[in-house]
Design a protein around this ligand. Structure first.
Ligand code: RP5
Length: 187
């Protein structure tokens, strides 16, 4: 297990919470993106079902602690994002973690189907959702923090450049399979 769990930058603007340490495999992608954009954040396990009092305390104190966005990832009966949203007016972005039995469809529906009045911005299931939650958090913060807005602009430009630099998919496919074949040989 990665020891980045329970990380805390000075003056974090984003809180990344998740229902279990088993969610880290997915949620670390959100943390990595925020780190690459220079967004101070904290990460920790807060479970809606196993630590409900901690969840209430975390969500209700988030604003006064200086957080501006919360990213909440959970799987299965994924109540963490919705319950967090019910205790704060900060924007809450929900990441449905892929569950073993239902492949994350349960997580997705649990997070997306909020009653009118308490919104959770729901992202895609799994890694793409975690990445996009971080990018969306940066976009929200970017309306106020110019440095984050510019970091996001740079990220997007570099992403475009990478695609434009390799327009021929057959060349990339050959390069990838060559890399894979070399990996085996080095071991
Ligand atoms: C949810 O139950 C967590 O968010 C996690 O995705 C899922 C399974 O948790 P563990 O049994 O792996 O702790 O609350």
């Amino acid at each position: 297990m990665n020891n980045q769990l329970d990380r805390k930058d000075a003056n974090p603007l984003v809180g990344i919470i998740m229902g279990s340490t088993s969610d880290w495999e997915t949620m670390e992608h959100a943390s990595n993106i925020l780190t690459s954009l220079g967004v101070p954040h904290e990460t920790r396990v807060v479970s809606a079902h196993r630590t409900p009092d901690l969840l209430f305390e975390y969500a209700s104190s988030a604003e006064e602690r200086g957080l501006e966005v919360i990213i909440a990832g959970a799987g299965g009966a994924a109540h963490l994002p919705g319950m967090t949203a019910s205790k704060t007016v900060l924007p809450v972005l929900g990441v449905p973690v892929e569950s073993r039995v239902l492949k994350g469809l349960d997580s997705l529906l649990s997070i997306a189907q909020m009653p009118g009045g308490i919104p959770v911005g729901t992202l895609a299931i799994g890694r793409a959702g975690a990445v996009n939650a971080a990018l969306l958090a940066a976009a929200i913060l970017g309306t106020k923090h110019a440095a984050i807005r510019e970091a996001l602009r740079k990220f997007r430009a570099e992403q475009t450049d990478r695609v434009m630099a390799q327009p021929d998919p057959s060349v990339s496919a050959v390069a990838i399979s060559f890399k894979d074949s070399q990996k085996g040989k080095r071991r």
